[in-house]
Design a protein around this ligand. Structure first.
Ligand code: AQP
Length: 334
């Protein structure tokens, strides 16, 4: 049976990239009736330094973002990773299955560790192994993610295959990444070659899910573009990364695709297209940010939702960990 798992790190504010590339698609999968688990991966966040108070705040704000965007705690299990200890327990087992060389090849490790790998945390290196555990502790079959996570999902498959081979079992499923649609890689508003990211030093590079209408409109008005009019066909966007990005954002927000958008806006100058995009973005995002703020006024209610989600997630995770321990030869409690 299909089961969907995905997660986001509570490592800062949420961006339009996280929304379009991840959360909006989480909602679509939830509403298609599949069993869905969506996590705030706080144990992943601490692979780089997090201020404890900020981490708690960001975790609750991420939960508020999930709910405001349409995730329903009655339909999806919403929880933070640290409340389901089986993630970390299976993560350790996978640290003993995965190979150093596999981790060394990960582009996110190379990007995030930078030049000074000796000074990066051991957790940052092992990040994909814990991520494999997040997914496989539920025997999840489908993982909606953005393009940047593709390599980690492939590693998850490698870990599942090696575990099954090593122990001669057919236990962990080989997971499918779900990377589809126009929003798998939303780019920075200041630089069409960089992905929109919560850790970009420039706030003008991204739209935050907490931005109000004025901020959204200003950022789109000031977004970098080229001087030409929009083309009517897709191949006219080649070598125009900023233009392509704005068209993709428009398409994702309107539930359309880039070719359809270009049929509508082809020939327009950015001075005309940007206000259309700003209106669309404000109409779509402002109600979400208003709802997030309301939810953040009742953090106890958020905590209650997360506890309930974790309890339900554990009913799936605990038996899978128990079977894993049995397969690898751990003596169970008498
Ligand atoms: N720009 C993006 N376009 C499409 N999808 C994106 N995702 C992130 N940025 C974009 C997707 O959001 C999910 C959450 O990812 P994460 O929690 O691992 O955070 P991240 O990818 O590290 O996000 P950031 O904003 O880029 O954070 P920093 O700056 O800390 O690295 C994933 O499904 C991801 O693909």
């Amino acid at each position: 049976t299909p089961r969907v798992f995905s997660g986001i790190q509570p490592s800062g504010g949420l961006t339009l990239g996280n929304y379009l590339g991840a959360i909006k698609r989480f909602v679509e999968m939830q509403d298609s009736g599949i069993e869905t688990l969506y996590c705030m991966v706080d144990l992943h966040a601490i692979t780089v330094w997090q201020d404890p108070e900020a981490l708690r705040h960001n975790t609750r704000e991420l939960a508020a973002g999930y709910i405001a965007a349409g995730l329903d705690p009655a339909k999806s299990m919403l929880f933070n990773q640290s409340q389901v200890p089986e993630h970390a327990q299976l993560g350790w087992v996978f640290n003993c299955v995965a190979r150093m060389g596999w981790m060394q090849r990960m582009t996110q490790w190379k990007d995030k560790a930078g030049k000074n790998q000796q000074n990066a945390s051991l957790g940052l290196f092992a990040y994909p192994s814990l991520m494999a555990a997040d997914i496989l502790i539920y025997h999840a079959t489908h993982v909606p993610v953005g393009e940047d996570q593709k390599q980690h999902i492939e590693l998850t498959r490698d870990i599942a295959i090696k575990f099954n081979n090593d122990y001669g079992v057919d236990f962990f499923p080989v997971t499918e990444p779900v990377i589809e649609g126009v929003a798998t890689r939303i780019m920075s508003l200041r630089d069409g070659s960089k992905k929109m990211s919560k850790s970009d030093p420039s706030d003008m590079s991204r739209i935050n899910m907490t931005d109000d209408a004025d901020a959204i409109a200003t950022k789109i008005r000031k977004a970098r573009t080229d001087p030409d009019a929009l083309p009517s066909e897709l191949d006219g966007l080649e070598d125009r990364p900023e233009a392509r990005n704005l068209v993709n954002i428009y398409a994702a927000l309107s539930g359309s695709d880039a070719a359809t958008v270009l049929r509508e806006v082809g020939g327009k100058q950015f001075s005309e297209f940007k206000p259309m995009l700003a209106d669309l973005a404000v109409d779509h995002m402002a109600p979400i940010s208003t709802r997030m703020a309301e939810l953040m006024d009742a953090p106890d209610e958020i905590d209650r939702i997360l506890t309930d989600g974790a309890d339900r997630a554990r009913t799936i995770a605990a038996p899978i960990l128990k079977q894993t321990y049995d397969i690898i030869g751990m003596v169970p409690p008498a």
